[in-house]
Ligand binder design. Structure first.
Ligand code: M5T
Ligand code: MG
Length: 604
């Protein structure tokens, strides 16, 4: 089950402090961006001035010949405006993309280093939304927003000075609507923020739903649940639609009323300015020029609304990002800094370890065991007994509630987590392959491995034959999660990957899915090679693996109830004996289904 962690409220100060640091490395680009933006605007400022000149000096004074230089000057101003605007956009894009890259990388790195338990509780689609959309929304305010804010305020200031120069009284009148605009901006700030927050949440949920259903596409088809899924999708898409409408409704009231309030300034100026022109206190050109400049004043004032909208959306997004960035990484969980040597001997000891995923629900109770270097320990027991959980603790995917685990006499909680995991190879119950080529997946075990080493591992894991038979060989794409391969093939690739890692401790969670005898034999051989000379914990479902183990631990409801070699345990006539007999019967039936199955490897 996934849950939605309610983000905490982020106030404006925190928002500024934590986001502005991303601009720091790009100070020069930011400065260039703002400079270009101001230049762009100032070229535009020449337009009203030239218009005023044309009316008063050209038209009124009937100086027809002056129209040419005026037109040339105007063209020049527009051209310069266009050029500097193009440069501004180019700089802004580069700068913005750098910031987005840094931020995305930070969030992603932090996400990767969070404890495994975090991912049990969060939907991948929602996390993806945060990395893609929320980061973009914060970046937008940082690069475009800062540019816009500075240029807006500077141009408002500049136009204000020009207006005051032209006429005190008209400017005073023109500014009257500002009071309404300020009140409106405050109202919007408070009412839009919660709306954006819920809109972000609904987007996250929708992405989570899409991701989940795409991963289960085969189940959807097999159960014929297309319509069911479509209804589920529509439900969530509808919630997103509603929450978007809520924010946009607020916006719909806000911007037009602000534009209206701003326009009242123009009405007031016309109302007071017309008699002034008629009484000769003002030239016609001056009035027109003033009105043009007033347009240039209210245009950036209007932009403040857009800016405010960006801020509210970015604040909601930043809350979702900070909620993740503030979580402790799993590195913080280990208390020491001294790593293991390059390779440990592989002496593993559990000392009275108890554990549960949820408080009050114990999954492992007082587990103690000792595995000497090179020993092969089988973990047997019914489903849900806690076998996987037990090995999860060795990899520090989770930490014990009480008790300790030692490797070579060192408490693993005092070892840096990377160093610990370097010592352990995991072949999990459901082999997972990444969406790439077979070669990529093999090399995941050791990125720098030579070709010979990789081929040797593939050979030892009995996969070279089937890989070489593929038309593209090692370059074959395996598809998402390795869907293009059979489960027996996936398993052997995951064994080869573990072989390449060459760690002294092996955890092998045997697949429960049964494969045919020939494959079973191939996998068994691969596993034997993998476990040789390594301390191995095998969660065994196959009789072969169990009976070959040096020691068998039988788990029941999170406790070790029996322990010994195969013969010792059979003699006990206890839980293990029963387990053995049931498995024996199952395997006998399985062989009867395929009585003529040969062990021929070439069958692949
Ligand atoms: C032991 C619970 C599970 C079961 C118990 C992995 C996992 C398990 N559990 C959780 O609550 N959260 C988890 O992330 O823990 O489960 P196990 O250790 O997976 O059992 P197993 O490996 O012995 O079973 P199986 O079926 O693989 O043979 O109650 O619900
Ligand atoms: Mg398991």
């Amino acid at each position: 089950m996934t849950q939605y962690t309610t983000p905490r409220t982020v106030n404006v100060t925190e928002f500024m402090q934590r986001t502005l640091v991303y601009l720091k490395p790009y100070r020069i680009m930011a400065a260039a961006n703002i400079l270009l933006a101001m230049l762009t605007i100032s070229f535009y400022f020449m337009y009203p001035q030239i218009t005023q000149y044309i009316i008063d000096a050209v038209i009124a004074k009937r100086q027809e010949s002056m129209i040419i230089p005026a037109a040339v000057a105007l063209t020049g101003a527009f051209l310069l405006h266009a050029v500097s605007n193009a440069l501004r956009i180019a700089v802004n894009t580069r700068f913005g993309q750098k910031v987005i890259l840094d931020m995305r990388r930070d969030v992603y790195d932090h996400l990767l280093s969070l404890p495994t338990g975090f991912f049990d509780r969060h939907a991948s689609g929602d996390l993806m939304t945060r990395i893609i959309d929320d980061v973009a929304s914060v970046q937008r305010i940082l690069t475009d927003g800062v540019e816009r804010a500075l240029t807006t305020f500077m141009s408002i200031l500049a136009v204000l000075v020009i207006l005051l120069f032209k006429s005190y009284s008209l400017t005073a009148l023109a500014l009257l609507p500002l009071a309404v605009l300020t009140a409106g901006a405050l109202w919007y700030t408070f009412s839009a923020h919660p709306g954006y927050r819920s809109q972000r949440r609904e987007i996250g949920k929708l992405n989570a739903l899409i991701m989940d259903s795409l991963q289960g596409i085969r189940q959807i088809k097999a159960y014929g649940r297309e319509e069911f899924e479509s209804i589920r999708f529509s439900g969530q898409a509808e919630r997103l639609r509603q929450s978007t409408i809520k924010v946009m409704d607020i916006w719909a009231v806000y911007t037009p009323s602000m534009t209206f309030a701003g326009s009242l300034g123009t009405v007031l100026v016309l109302w007071a300015g017309t008699p002034m022109v008629m009484h000769g206190q003002l030239s016609l050109g001056e009035l027109v020029g003033f009105l043009f400049y007033l347009g240039l004043f209210y245009e950036p004032v209007g932009r403040i609304d857009g800016l405010n909208q960006m801020v509210q959306s970015a604040r909601a997004s930043s809350e979702r990002l900070f909620t993740i960035l503030d979580l402790d990484t799993e590195r913080k969980e280990s208390t020491g800094n001294t790593p293991f040597p390059e390779k440990v001997l592989g002496d593993v000891r559990y000392e009275s370890v108890s554990f549960g995923y949820k408080e009050g629900v114990p999954v492992l109770k007082n587990i103690s065991l000792h595995a000497a270097p090179g020993e092969k320990i089988a973990l047997a027991g019914s489903t849900g007994a806690g076998k996987t959980s037990m090995v999860n603790l060795l990899l520090a995917f989770y930490r014990p509630v009480s008790g300790k685990i030692f490797i070579d006499s060192r408490d693993i909680s005092s070892v840096p987590i990377h160093s610990l995991r370097k010592q352990i190879s995991l072949v999990s119950q459901e082999p997972f392959l990444f969406n790439g080529t077979i070669r990529d997946n093999l090399l995941y075990g050791q990125l720098e491995a030579s070709l010979e080493k990789m081929l040797a591992a593939a050979d030892a894991a009995n996969c070279s034959a089937f890989i070489e038979a593929l038309p593209e060989g090692y370059e074959t794409l395996v598809g998402e999660r390795g869907v293009m391969l059979s489960s027996g093939e996936k398993q052997r690739i995951s064994i080869a990957r573990a072989l390449l890692k060459d760690a002294p401790v092996i955890i092998l969670d045997e697949a429960t899915a049964s494969v045919d005898n020939a494959t079973e034999q191939l996998i068994q051989e691969a596993l034997d090679r993998l476990m040789k000379n390594r301390t191995s914990f095998v969660i065994a479902h196959r009789l072969n693996t169990i009976s070959n183990a040096d020691r068998i631990l039988v788990l029941h409801h999170g406790e070790i109830v029996e322990e010994g070699t195969h013969t010792e345990l059979l003699n006990k006539q206890g839980r293990y004996t029963r387990f053995w007999m049931i498995r024996n019967e199952q395997e006998r039936v399985a062989t009867q289904v395929w009585p003529n199955e040969t062990m021929d490897k070439e069958a692949f």
